[in-house]
Ligand binder design. Structure first.
Ligand code: ADP
Length: 572
């Protein structure tokens, strides 16, 4: 229930700084307490999963290259086996018969599409017995001194490295030796199509930056790399150096992931590499997703902490304000109680001599009445009358002091506030008219009845209207308004006067506080109102109207059944 403590008598806590500091501190603790573990967790997951995914990517690269190496070996093995089969299945004379080698070459290239450029039958002395291919001039060549020829004679079969040969064109051959039953040996030789073989090897390239090529034991290109370097050029790789399964190398300012696999029983090295940036792009994508999840989690935490803290601080602030209000209210009440006690004692003390003075004045007036009337007796009678008026004034003040000190005994009765207010206005109107003031009564229909002392209600409203009239020296209108708002009856007295200076709004309910000249105000009117209203469980509030003048609002509970509150210290 709003009382003067709400708006006038009590200072509300300074808004702003203190709650904000509390908000900031609680929020900081909550955020630090949740975000730091989350950051650790996130960083840990980032590192662990990042490494796992990177390892997986490397393993994947390794597996692909390993499979590709097997494919290359299979290509070479199949074609060598095919040549061996042809040599085994035919006699030398058969293959050298006119047209027969051409047919065999066609069959081979049908079975292994485009794999062989040419085929030749070479005798044990190194001369061509038959040749089928695009270079007929080779027919006149003798291979006696060729390295591959010696090896194949000795080992029975051979796949050469890339070499220039008679044509001075880089290529490689595969050859098998066949020993006929008559004891003669001959060799079936075939040149492998470098385009087809190179195509097979480069099909192992990965992504856009991938490369896949073969080098021999001297590190010379056996197939062309992606940059088009010619065959047999040095690659800069030394196959003899043992290397990690997947290594990171820098070339042309870029980082590459490189992995190698031996093929052809280790004579060649299959090299596959890919720019690390491209190879690890999926890793980065996954990590970005993780970062997004982390950011979303952090956002949820920040929002939750913000709202929770705001709610918490709101509650704490409300509690603190309530506690402050209660303690201020209590202080005010006990102050009023002490002042009330003092006022009562003082009023009693003053009342006694006043009674004596009053009776002595009556006595003097009687005695003067017995004396003959002349100037002196008339002057004395006037003097006695004047002093009597001052005694009466003193009695009025002590009467108010006694009232303030709870000397009056309340009579609890059910009263009709509408009738009461109308009666008060009717009684005060003549006085208002003299001051050029219009008293307006504005009552809602069917105002509920109240249980309280009608005299006290009258006193409250009279005091407020009197104050309003005194605040309007120029005249104007005073409205006495009666409304029922929920469980409360609201009586407002609005004036068009000077209003209450803001700095005094907290003081006007204090006993003996007045801004009026000595003979006009006692400073007890509003204290008495406050005491009466709070005694009946209500509240009183003062405010300035935006359009000028003051408004006093009294709220009284409608369902007050138990009468005045016992033990209300401020009750006059
Ligand atoms: P008093 O009327 O004897 O001064 P009150 O307790 O009734 O004592 O009022 C205290 C002070 O409150 C007044 O002196 C005046 O300054 C201020 N006050 C009360 N009512 C009004 C009003 N309607 N307009 C302006 N000021 C008022």
């Amino acid at each position: 229930m709003a009382g003067p403590a709400d708006t006038t008598l009590l200072r509300t806590p300074e808004p702003g700084l203190r709650p904000f500091a509390l908000y900031r501190n609680v929020l900081s603790v909550l955020l630090l307490g949740s975000l730091i573990p989350l950051a650790f967790l996130g960083a840990g997951a980032f590192i662990v999963f990042g490494n796992v995914i990177a390892d997986r990517t490397r393993e994947h690269l390794e597996t692909l290259v390993s499979d590709h190496a097997k494919t290359v070996d299979l290509f070479l093995g199949e074609r060598l086996a095919a040549i061996r089969l042809v040599a085994h299945a035919h006699r030398r004379d058969t293959l050298t018969a006119p047209g027969r080698l051409a047919l065999t070459a066609d069959r081979l290239n049908e079975t292994y599409p485009g794999s062989f450029i040419d085929v030749g039958i070479i005798g044990a002395d190194g001369s061509h017995l038959a040749y089928e291919g695009p270079y007929p001039e080779l027919r006149a060549r003798n291979y006696r001194d060729a390295e591959w020829f010696r090896i194949v004679l000795k080992d029975g079969q051979f796949i050469s490295d890339v070499f220039l040969g008679f044509r001075q064109d880089p290529h490689f051959i595969m050859a098998v030796r066949q020993d006929d039953p008559d004891g003669t040996s001959w060799i079936l030789r075939a040149t492998v199509n470098p385009e087809v073989f190179g195509g097979l090897v480069t099909s192992g390239r990965l992504g856009e930056t991938g490369d896949c090529f073969l080098v021999d034991r001297q590190g010379r290109y056996q197939t062309r790399p992606a940059d088009g370097t010619p065959l047999l050029s040095p690659s800069g790789l030394d196959p003899a150096i043992p290397r990690a399964r997947v290594e990171t190398v820098t070339s042309g300012g870029k980082e590459y992931l490189r992995t190698t696999r031996p093929v052809l029983s280790g004579r060649w090295l299959l090299v596959a590499q890919q720019e690390e940036r491209e190879a690890l792009a999926p890793v980065r994508r996954e990590l970005m997703k993780g970062l997004l999840v982390f950011a979303a989690a952090a956002l949820v935490i920040v929002l939750t902490a913000h709202f929770a803290t705001r709610f918490l601080v709101g509650r704490i602030e409300k509690g603190a304000r309530r506690a402050e209000e209660l303690s201020a209210s209590f202080l005010h009440a006990s102050k009023l109680a002490s002042i009330g006690e003092m006022a009562t004692g003082l009023a009693h003390e003053i009342n006694n001599p006043l009674a004596i003075i009053s009776s002595e004045q009556t006595n003097i007036a009687d005695l003067l009445g017995e004396l003959p009337v002349d100037d002196r007796t008339t002057e004395m009678k006037d003097s006695v009358a004047r002093s009597k008026r001052q005694v009466e004034r003193c009695k009025t003040i002590t009467g108010k002091m006694l009232q303030f000190g709870r000397q009056g005994i309340a009579v609890v009765e059910r009263i009709d506030p509408a009738a009461q207010l109308a009666e008060i206005v009717r009684l005060m109107r003549p006085q208002a008219v003299v001051s050029n003031i219009e008293l307006v009564l504005d009552l809602a229909p069917d105002l509920p009845s109240l249980r309280m002392d009608s005299g006290e209600l009258q006193q409250v409203v009279t005091n407020l209207v009197n104050n309003a009239m005194q605040a309007m020296p120029e005249g104007g209108a005073i409205r006495v308004i009666g409304r029922c708002e929920g469980p409360e009856l609201t009586i407002a007295v609005e004036d068009e006067g000077t209003g209450i200076p803001e700095e005094l709004r907290q003081k006007i309910f204090e006993p003996f506080f007045t801004t009026k000249p000595v003979h006009k105000g006692t400073g007890l009117g509003l204290s008495v109102c406050f005491g009466i209203v709070t005694k009946w469980g209500g509240s009183i509030r003062a405010e300035n109207r935006p359009q000028g003048g003051a408004r006093f609002v009294v709220r009284l509970p409608v369902n007050q059944s138990e009468g005045p509150r016992e033990g209300r210290e401020p009750t006059p």
